[in-house]
Design a protein around this ligand. Structure first.
Ligand code: SAH
Length: 559
């Protein structure tokens, strides 16, 4: 039979810890024979730590657990921190598996418990002229805040209060004073502040303090604060219900409005990202964060087979240097759902063959009017396709931000109000050398590498490159777009101090079947490349690391 581990975040309040422990005990008692074993632990701040709780269960022979995050709403803790802590436990206990339970709320049992706490605060006063301010913890995750608003509405329905308005004690608006102001403007004379919190802690204390302060400033107002949900039978029964759901594999996360999945104004940077360590800037003890790496990505994201690219959004994706399998997993996943792919000449063309039938491929390299499509035309096309409700992937060669004008496209989308994300790629600036057997850095040989564009030769009035400094440097220099200019570049480097016999290498079509690389001294590389007919795309690598190419050690890459 599966065991249950109840996972709390942890609190600085001893009373809060005691309430958690009491609830764990109550769950144990009420479980009867339904649950194999029950333990509770915290991921930080309080004892016992989660690792002790899991250790106790594993010590008693349990290998299959239900892990239930003791949180009211799915936000950072439930989506990221707790799964991360559980992933570490799995590393500690090989063979351990767990089903992850859903957050507690919203649930009728909670709404009834809230109603009871509000009734107790009312002590017989009439509901019909009582307004309720339901105060949640507040999150940087809009979905979690929306859950609190939903609970406020559910609490209002059919219970006869004058109204219920949501507010937040941290990280979200309206604040406690702001929601109280709002209720007063609506004509409220009596307000019950109902904290949507399980147990005592710093934030519920703050709700009480702010309410008291507000009441003192508004003497005509009848302001009362309800108790927290606390350790009670309905909460224990809800825990058992969530356990049963997890055992059945019946977890329905609310994914429709999750900022990690759906792009929302102001939260575009969250889409498709792992949940990041968080920080509560207004925590009285200076904020707390989870500096440890998160081995487990946002749990909830894992439950989607479909990656994140909503209709009407654009993803600027780096395709890598050429071979179809040097794109990132994320880039590949976004391509698989794209409706339109706007593709560069240097982007991996093989990937286009694998697109879903009916996907529109727009070739940004060709134009009916000229040799190449202008950047404005590309930007306009991205915005136009997105506005038509399509999922747009802008597929580029290498990394979108390395001489790829990727950020111009991102800015153009953002300016048009189109949700846009960027997916980094493997840049030819590093990969072309690597595929030719040259590491751009190597201990004791080169401790720096510089990537420059050769499209403007040294001395060109528009050039932003300090060629003299590069001539003096001993590091690795990688020149992109330099087929035309490599002669002038080499001469300038030598004029500023690079030895004429510095090893140099031209790598053409890196990663492709026709990849070739030509080594030469710096003072001869231009002539060697010209004689061999080197043509774009090619990179030039200059510096002592190039000597490694002379002793090939790599197995052939399959190309
Ligand atoms: N964003 C791309 C670079 C765009 S600029 C990236 O990160 O790789 C275009 C230049 O990249 C070409 O002129 C060439 O210098 C280099 N390049 C791109 N793909 C290449 C390849 N497969 N082999 C060699 N050079 C390549």
């Amino acid at each position: 039979m599966t065991a249950l581990v109840i996972v709390g975040h942890g609190t600085r309040s001893a009373e809060g810890v005691a309430q958690f422990a009491a609830l764990v005990e109550r769950v144990r008692t009420r479980a009867g024979g339904m649950v194999g074993d029950v333990e509770g632990g915290f991921i930080e701040l309080s004892r016992p730590p989660l690792t002790d709780a899991v250790g106790a269960l594993a010590g008693r022979g349990h290998r299959a657990l239900v892990a239930l995050p003791l949180v009211l709403t799915a936000a950072g803790h439930g989506k990221g921190d707790i799964p991360a802590a559980l992933a570490r436990e799995q590393q500690r206990h090989p063979g351990l598996s767990y089903a992850y339970g859903r957050p507690l709320g919203p649930h009728p049992l909670l709404h009834t418990a809230l109603e009871e706490r509000i009734d107790a605060a009312l002590a017989g006063a009439d509901r019909a002229d009582t307004w309720v301010a339901l105060i949640g913890r507040g999150s940087t995750d809009p979905d979690a805040n929306a859950e609190v608003a939903k609970v406020a509405r559910l609490l209002w329905e059919g219970r006869g209060y004058a109204g219920v308005e949501p507010g937040f004690i941290s990280l979200a608006e309206p604040s406690v004073p702001a929601v109280l102001d709002r209720l007063r403007r609506l004509g409220a004379r009596r307000i019950v502040v109902a904290p949507y919190f399980l147990f005592t802690g710093v934030l519920p204390d703050r709700i009480r303090a702010q309410s008291r302060e507000y009441a003192a400033a508004h003497p005509g107002l009848d302001l009362r604060v309800a108790d927290l949900i606390g350790d009670c039978d309905s909460l224990a029964d809800l825990v058992l219900e969530r356990h049963a759901e997890a055992v059945r594999g019946d977890i329905r996360m609310n994914c429709d409005t999750c900022a990690y999945r759906v792009s929302m104004p102001g939260f575009v940077d969250k889409v498709g990202r792992p949940q990041t360590p968080h920080d509560h800037p207004d925590d009285p003890v200076g904020g707390h964060s989870h500096p440890h790496p998160h081995p487990h990505q946002h749990q909830h994201q894992h439950q989607h087979s479909e990656p994140v690219l909503r209709p009407g959004a654009v993803a600027v994706v780096g395709g890598g240097p050429g071979p179809a399998d040097l794109i990132t997993v994320r880039g590949r996943a976004l391509l698989a759902v794209a409706d339109v792919v706007v593709v560069d000449r240097l982007a991996p063309q093989e990937l286009l063959a694998g697109l879903r039938p009916g996907v529109q491929v727009v070739d940004a390299a060709k134009s009916p009017r000229g040799p190449s499509v202008g950047q404005d035309t590309i930007n306009t096309a991205l915005v136009r396709h997105a506005r038509a409700g399509r999922r747009v992937v802008r597929l580029k060669g290498g990394d979108p931000y390395v001489f790829g004008r990727g950020h111009e496209e991102v800015l153009a989308c953002a300016a048009a109000g189109i949700p846009v994300t960027v997916v980094p790629g493997v840049t030819s600036a590093v990969a072309a050398a690597a595929l030719a057997g040259v590491p751009v850095t190597h201990r004791g040989t080169a401790h720096e590498f510089t990537v420059v564009s050769g499209h403007l030769p040294p001395g060109h009035p528009d050039s932003l490159v300090d060629w003299a400094a590069l001539g003096r440097s001993r590091g690795t220099l990688v020149v992109l777009m330099g087929v035309e200019t490599i002669g002038a570049v080499a001469a300038e480097l030598i004029a500023h101090g690079r030895a004429p016999d510095t090893p140099a290498l031209a790598v053409q079509d890196a990663g492709h079947a026709g990849q070739r690389s030509l080594p030469a001294r710096l003072d001869e590389i231009a002539a060697v490349a010209a004689r061999a007919g080197v043509c774009p795309p090619a990179v030039f690598v200059v510096g002592p690391v190039v000597a490694f190419a002379a002793e090939p050690v790599l197995a052939t890459s399959g190309h």
